[in-house]
Design a protein around this ligand. Sequence first.
Ligand code: 3Y8
Ligand code: NAP
Length: 244
Amino acid sequence: MLGGTTEATELARLLADAGANAVFSYAGRTKTPMAQPLPVRVGGFGGVAGLVAFLQAEGITHVVDVTHPFAAGMSANAVAACAEIGVPLTGLERPAWQAKPGDRWTHVADMAGAVAALPDHGARVFLAIGKQHVAEFATKPGNFYLLRLVDQPEAALPMPDAEAIIARGPFTAEADEALMKTHDITHVVAKNGGGAGAVAKLHAARALGLPVIMIDRPHVPARRVLASADKVMDWLAHEADLGV
Ligand code: 3Y8
Ligand code: NAP
């Protein structure tokens, strides 16, 4: 299983409890990823070819892609690799968040759209998108940015007026509301990751009546997608009955 989300941790628990012969894969994005109740491997495979080689070397019979909706590169590689060697694949994906009446969301297609949607100066932005795309916001240095990162940044932050909070989720609405109040936040930028682990900032923005710049999900190639860890376990059991 390709992991890195709350749902991946849930599925790992079900697989371990069922005594399944499974391996959990992390990309190695963070210094100390959460421990899992399955054997863990960490790091990229080396593109589609690397993934094909891994699946063959390990005799993998089924792949479950439980990566984040924004991990589009990994998901695309999994579709290509599994198609190439005929290994059954399913995604486990949580639904996107939907705005509720009264929410002040602006939908944008990507990071560039999120930057463009911000004021040129004077805003106080809660940038809860991790570290991989922070530099894109340096083109609007006239704003204050509150960043939430999983690990301490190695280099100085790329904008003059910014502060980093080091925390890994899941987060709570109360704590996120207090955080935004303390820093006089005026705008929240979020990826539409869905799930419960990152939704706290949206509840906090709603409570504070703040505008949210919501980055819509990138395209992922078509594949079977299931909506819960239980449904994945049923799929694997059914495949096993077929002797696949
Ligand atoms: C390495 C594994 C679990 C998984 C927990 C979920 C919940 C907390 C919310 C905010 C948003 C963000 C970020 C976030 C969340 C869960 C989930 C989720 C968002 C860990 C993890 C890995 C990563 C990678 C990391 C990214 C970053 C994104 C931080 C572990 C903790 C912003 C996504 O420093 C970096 O380079 C971080 C990189 C990819 C996005 C980015 O572009 O920077 N996740 N997050 C996975 C690997 O190596 O394969 O360290 O334990 C997992 C979790 N992050 O088991 O409970 O399921 O969504 N992760 C976003 O949604 O916008 C934080 O701050 O409000
Ligand atoms: P990405 O851009 O789609 O993937 C880039 C490359 O990272 C992949 O081509 C692959 O390298 C490697 N990779 C990604 N996920 C992997 C995994 N689970 N196991 C092994 N290699 C993996 O991925 P990303 O957005 O950087 O996300 C990386 C990890 O963080 C994923 O596990 C994802 O679930 C987790 N995560 C991401 C986000 C987010 O906002 N993107 C949020 C929460 C959690 P090779 O091509 O060399 O195989």
